[in-house]
Design a protein around this ligand. Structure first.
Ligand SMILES: Cc1cc2nc3c(=O)[nH]c(=O)nc-3n(C[C@H](O)[C@H](O)[C@H](O)COP(=O)(O)OP(=O)(O)OC[C@H]3O[C@@H](n4cnc5c(N)ncnc54)[C@H](O)[C@@H]3O)c2cc1C
Length: 498
């Protein structure tokens, strides 16, 4: 797709979305090239589900919750692409994010609403981008046009920031490293009059096979390089020639209708991207041969970036807590003190998150042209561990029922049904209710889908260890250190220590 902003189509519809994916993209799964991601069983359910949610944007019930009138075109466009300039607008953004998460059960870590802020972040730093000069293009102009293209056509993006996981002992900034970056990491091969030619790989890009666009840059881990050819930020169509997308094994393909109630629709896929001499047109380049735009110099740590994700996390926390509570009741353990305390622990996480969101919401919009900095990174770090704990509690409360439940076909078989009605019911609930509830818990805590989600929650904000180290280094402790030094440098005179 070229940067044609002349024919804006407004908020995405389901039909338009499905058609947009039929663009000859090169996607591979399990050794085979996929003809059409919208009909292949590994991708079709997710594509259809997104199409369904996109259609809600045009329904009376949701129009005002999910779209607003574009100041440029007068078309209705997605609120995901709105840059909030008032508290009222951050609340509109919250509601839009809540709808996306209510509809997708908080399971889409990289849904359309979550990736849009990456581009908005760059847009907010357009003046800084414009200060880096390039003879072929103006980065500021590019990001302004690209943001308009995305907003006015409601495009769905993936993003790819990491180098392939080959040898992490070879730091990219080490000029004498033995592993040659050219062999692995994405880099500029040459410049032409049309754009840059890039080759290399990215690990990894969630949802890539069903997105319209692919944003590519460097995460904080890789932001120091020995060679400027590795510094770049751009976005291209996911169907660009030379871009090859290798998908992992699906985490849920199961014929049962409720055996895997979440995985069946929300396996968002994760993919390696291989760039084989891919042309990136000049008008899609946002940074070249200079520091990555998401780095500290460009306003990293803004909480606008994490806002949609925070809404998703909140939904996920409440979902885990409610399922654990219902499970406890369904087997009569709810009133046991130890079990109640564990559920209370989950509730306290939900509530802490809610308080934090209120704080972020009050301060995250642009005021007088100033983008406020926020504390969302600390929340991200905290959730990487809290999520794990919530899964652990769900497992501890559920017991063996988490893996031992009859299938849909078992329930339909009259020869064994009488045993199920006798031995597999719960406290005041029949076997079907109990089985379906437990299968949902299984999906969240045990299934390959649930395990993938858990791995995702831990890693998706980048390496939590690195993030904690970065938080420590950026945290100003001088006032407290001064106070303590004042205390410990006073003469040891009892009565005057304070
Ligand atoms: C399900 C899932 C979805 C994802 N989706 C996306 C996506 O859409 N887009 C995207 O760009 N990325 C995505 N990621 C990638 C994610 O950002 C990375 O997993 C994360 O940044 C960690 O990088 P890595 O996986 O290469 O691990 P590594 O960096 O290889 O880390 C492996 C281990 O080595 C340690 N380690 C590595 N380097 C050092 C060092 N220098 N010093 C000390 N210890 C070190 C780490 O702490 C860790 O314990 C996704 C990841 C997952 C798991």
């Amino acid at each position: 797709m070229v940067l044609d902003t002349a024919k804006p189509e407004g908020a995405m519809t389901g039909e338009r979305f499905i058609k947009s994916l039929q663009d000859g993209r090169e996607v591979y799964i399990d050794g085979k090239k996929v003809d059409d991601v919208t009909t292949h069983p590994a991708f079709a359910p997710m594509a259809k589900e997104l199409a369904r949610i996109y259609d809600l944007q045009h329904m009376d019930e949701y129009r005002d919750q999910m779209t607003y009138v574009s100041p440029d075109t007068g078309n209705r466009v997605s609120i995901s692409w709105m840059v909030p300039e008032s508290l009222e607008q951050t609340r509109l953004k919250r509601r839009n994010s809540e709808v996306w998460n209510e509809q997708s059960w908080g399971q889409l870590g990289r849904g359309p609403d979550i990736l849009a802020p990456y581009i908005l972040m760059l847009y907010n730093r357009r003046d800084a981008l414009g200060q880096i000069k390039n003879e072929h293009c103006d980065f500021e102009e590019n990001i302004i046009n690209y943001t308009r293209l995305c907003r006015e056509n409601d495009l769905f993006l993936t993003h790819a920031l990491g180098d392939p996981q080959i040898d992490r002992s070879q730091q990219p900034q080490n000029e004498r490293r033995e592993v040659k970056e050219e062999d692995t990491a994405l880099h500029v091969v040459e410049e032409t009059k049309d754009g840059i030619i890039v080759s290399g790989a990215k690990q990894l890009a969630t949802a890539a096979p069903v997105t319209n666009e692919c944003y590519v840059s460097l995460s904080a881990t890789f932001s120091r390089r020995a060679d400027p050819r590795f510094y770049m930020a751009f976005s291209i169509s996911s169907g660009t020639p030379g871009l090859k997308t290798l998908c992992r094994e699906p985490v849920s393909i199961w014929p049962g209708t409720w055996g895997h109630p979440l995985g069946i629709n929300y396996d968002e896929q994760d993919a390696m991207l291989f760039f084989d001499n891919v042309l990136v047109p000049w008008d899609r380049v946002f940074m070249l041969y200079d520091q990555p735009p998401m780095g500290p110099g460009f306003g990293g740590g803004l909480n606008l970036l994490g806002w949609s994700n925070m809404c998703r996390v909140h939904f996920r926390m409440k979902l885990m807590t409610a399922v654990a509570t219902m499970i406890a009741k369904s087997i009569g353990v709810y009133d046991f003190r130890d079990v109640s305390a564990k559920l209370g622990e989950m509730v306290s996480y939900c509530e802490m998150w809610r308080y934090a969101m209120q704080g972020v919401e009050e301060t995250t919009y642009i005021k007088d042209g100033q983008q406020p900095r926020g504390g969302a990174q600390a929340l991200q770090n905290w959730f990487a561990h809290t999520s794990k704990r919530m899964v652990e509690i769900l497992r501890e409360i559920s017991g063996s029922g988490l893996i031992m439940q009859p299938s849909e076909a078992d329930l339909a078989n009259p020869e064994i049904r009488k045993y199920l009605d006798m031995y597999m019911i719960g406290k005041d609930v029949d076997v079907e209710y109990k089985s379906r509830l437990y299968r949902l818990a299984h999906e969240l805590a045990v299934s390959s889908f649930g395990m993938r989600q858990e791995v995702y929650e831990y890693w998706h904000g980048g390496d939590p260890t690195r993030n904690r180290v970065n938080m420590l280094r950026a945290y100003d402790q001088s006032a407290m250190v001064d106070q303590i030094e004042g205390l410990i440098s006073k003469p040891l005179d009892h009565g005057s220590a304070l």
